[in-house]
Design a protein around this ligand. Sequence first.
Ligand code: AMP
Length: 193
Amino acid sequence: MNLIMFGPPGAGKGTQAKRLQERYKIKQLSTGDMLRGEVSSGSELGQRLKSIMDSGELVSDDIIIEIIANCIAEPECQKGFILDGFPRTVAQAQALDDMLKNMAREIDHVIVLNVDDEELVGRVKTRAEESGNARSDDTEETIRHRLTVYNEQTAPLLPYYKEKGLIRNIDGMAAIDDVSAEIESIVSREKAA
Ligand code: AMP
């Protein structure tokens, strides 16, 4: 089973992807986590990535597409994967389609977590306050910019996947457990079918 967790920053994609990973033993692939790993390695690439991420802009499609292409070819993704934070542009979605086609695989569901903008800003600020090592892109100004980037570059993927019949809308304002239950019902229903 191959899933895409879709939604703006702070919608709960990572939290839900981790739960799905546990439950279905399919691999969570968070591009944000991978990029932060590269940043903390202190490499020259990491330094370049950090300044882009801190500005709230997107890292170039080429870099991200290469990372994902390598990951989904790994044995640990054989049973399936949960893409968390990818694709974020139409070019990334098209590249993903090409990769999957070559592997004779496909996306089963695009799970969209819908959350109001003001709630998102509040959640990310709370994440920054509560986390021991706050992310440097979790400041209010950057969050607002990340939301603009989401609306301009990532939201256009919704019609792209709608046309493919893959969109599963979820109320991301609900409690975490309720969101998980709703995702679970979609995923298990389709699996049984
Ligand atoms: P995230 O943890 O998913 O919110 O990602 C944090 C930051 O990493 C984003 O604001 C982007 O700068 C970068 N990033 C993560 N995933 C992608 C992607 N698929 N395409 C481009 N940039 C990304």
